[in-house]
Design a protein. Structure first.
Length: 333
């Protein structure tokens, strides 16, 4: 039996790592797009996923994307690549637009001009940041697929362009393009530049006497946080569905950064975290999203998607992973 083939952009990121494992378990031949020969994540990724064939390319380079699609000849293409840090997007809005926004167009065009519009199913990684924390259609119920968009960062604006151009190609060319509007999802592969991983790494180091405190921005924003492994399975389910569509993946509950902090410190036996946390305006954004809450009813009903990891288990998983990583470094010395 011929294996299905998948091409994943952003394969060395958090979701790419989870997806590479899932696709291998599902029996796929997996290709991953990677930027440049000196990518700092390459060696670690290759060690973890030797089954993935890496293809060099860039979302801003249409010719490279066409070569990648021709080489991989994918049944499914997962576009996870992006400048994905909201704070960074304020400092580098033009780069964010080129990669996170126009990069989606380049991916879709690569599929179309290589004649694979009818065969290759495309997943576009949209985001809850497109909603911007404003204008609930149904207050208290959370954002769903019909809620109004009001992005409040260059990242959110760029992602909204990618979302709408994906829908346009679906409607204009009959392409199978599904958009996953994912709310915050975290885990052991999350980069240290994101607040959740910054917290869990700091808590692990503080618990081992290697760090005195962690410096953060605002602690009051609330997010709908889930586990990345659960959400990646939702991505895969979208491309197994009988028709392309847009789906929200979320937990339906919100927690503040302060709650995340409390659980993280509690995991290492510290009940009062206030002596270990400082705030700095440098980590505060020009426009902050107060609250993001999703409604995953459509994905649950139509895809049979369910999340398995609770918020409490997520925080504990991340802290214990970072404690184990420190223990591994110490034992290797």
């Amino acid at each position: 039996m011929t294996k299905k083939r998948a091409l994943v952009t952003g394969v060395t990121g958090q979701d790419g790592n989870h997806l590479a494992s899932l696709l291998q378990d599902e029996g796929y031949e997996v290709y991953g797009l990677i930027r440049g020969q000196n990518n700092p994540k390459r060696a670690e990724f290759e060690a973890r996923h030797p089954h993935v064939r890496l293809v060099e390319g860039d979302l801003t380079d249409p010719a490279a994307l066409i070569r990648a699609v021709d080489l991989s000849d994918p049944d499914e293409l997962y576009n996870l690549g992006a400048v994905s840090h909201v704070g960074y997007s304020f400092k580098n809005p033009s780069l964010t637009e080129s990669v996170t926004g126009k990069g989606v167009l380049n991916v879709l065009e690569a599929v179309r001009v290589t004649g694979r519009s009818e065969r290759t199913r495309v997943y576009q990684a949209s985001t809850s940041e497109m909603f911007g924390g404003l204008d609930y259609n149904r207050p208290g119920a959370g954002y769903d697929e019909d809620s109004l968009f009001h992005p409040r960062s260059p990242y959110g604006v760029a992602k909204l362009y990618g979302h709408w151009i994906s829908r346009n190609y679906r409607e204009s060319y009959g392409m199978f393009v599904s958009c996953g509007i994912l709310f915050n999802h975290e885990g052991e592969f999350r980069g240290p530049e994101f607040v959740t991983r910054k917290i869990t790494q700091a808590v692990a180091r503080i618990a081992r006497g290697m760090q005195e405190y962690v410096v953060l921005g605002d602690l009051w924003p609330k997010r709908d946080w889930g586990y990345a492994g659960d959400y990646v399975r939702g991505m895969w389910k979208m491309l197994q569905h009988d028709r392309p569509d847009d789906f929200v993946l979320a937990t339906g509950e919100t927690h503040s950064i302060e709650e995340f902090l409390s659980l993280a410190f509690r995991t290492v036996g510290i009940d009062d975290w206030t002596p270990y946390v400082k705030q700095d305006a440098a980590f505060m954004r020009p426009a902050e999203v107060d609250i993001l809450l999703g409604n995953p009813a459509k994905a649950e009903e139509q895809l049979g998607w369910v999340r398995e990891v609770s918020f409490e288990k997520l925080v504990e998983l991340m802290v214990r992973h970072d404690l184990d990583a420190l223990a591994g470094l110490e034992s290797a010395r």
